[in-house]
Each structure stands twice: as C-alpha cells, then as structure tokens.
Design a protein around this ligand. Structure first.
Ligand code: FES
Length: 129
C-alpha cells in the first residue's frame, strides 16, 4: 500500500472544499432542498442528492445551493425536493429519482421550465406574482 503524500492531501482538501461549498446557501439565489428523513433516504434520496451535485457540477452552476432537510411529511411521494429559482414559483417535486434530479437541473434551473410530470405542489395561482 502506498503512502499518501502532502500533495495528495492538499488535492483532497481542495476537492472537499469545492464539494462543501455547494451545500452553503449563503449568497446563492437558487436553492435545491432535498427531504432526507428516514423514508426519503429509504426511497433513494441519497442517490438523488448525488445526482443533483453531479449535474450542478457538470453545468458549472456556482449560484446553486444543494442542501438537505428532514421529513417533509410526504412518505408516498419520496424522494421529495423543493426547488427555489428567482422569478419562478417555489416548487415541491415528488418521486425525484436520480434521472429526474438531472432533468430538474437542466430543465428547471438552467432552462427555467417546470418539470410538470413530477410537480407535487406549488403555490396557488392567486398568490403568484
Ligand atoms: S417518515 Fe415519511 S415523510 Fe416523514
């Protein structure tokens, strides 16, 4: 087994710093919040979380935070994800497996179009601006 070098450790630190910065919502306008209560995790929320991280990375989106929250109380629709994009209604998506997570980044966050077949909840029309 080879020894880890100081250079390896520095690279690892930079990589981890970059990963952690995506979880910091300070100063970022777009938020992706993933329900990671027990049933969310059982339904695959961890894979969805990783898919969001990958896709945000691939698209070089620096203004997006990806965070987790607890139980959203929606067992049957897990994994559930709230997406907040400026000038768009806040949306809660349901059954967000990894492939849908990728669609949400590309269609909603980048393309500014809702992923209609996975919307679980959104504000009523009369409270939208
Ligand atoms: S335990 Fe299922 S939504 Fe909370």
């Amino acid at each position: 087994m080879s020894k880890i070098t100081l250079e390896d450790l520095k690279k690892l630190r930079e990589q981890k710093k970059k990963e952690l910065s995506k979880r910091d919502s300070e100063g970022k306008t777009t938020q992706i919040i993933i329900g990671m209560g027990t049933c969310g995790i059982a339904a695959g929320a961890k894979d969805s979380f990783d898919a969001f991280l990958d896709e945000v990375d691939k698209n070089n989106l620096t203004d997006v935070s990806i965070t987790q929250t607890g139980c959203m109380g929606l067992c049957y629709a897990e994994p559930t994800v709230e997406v907040i994009v400026p000038d768009m209604p806040a949306i809660v998506y349901g059954n967000v497996k990894a492939d849908i997570a990728k669609r949400i980044v590309n269609e909603h966050v980048v393309g500014k179009a809702l992923v209609n077949d996975h919307i679980f909840d959104k504000p009523a029309a009369d409270i939208l601006k």
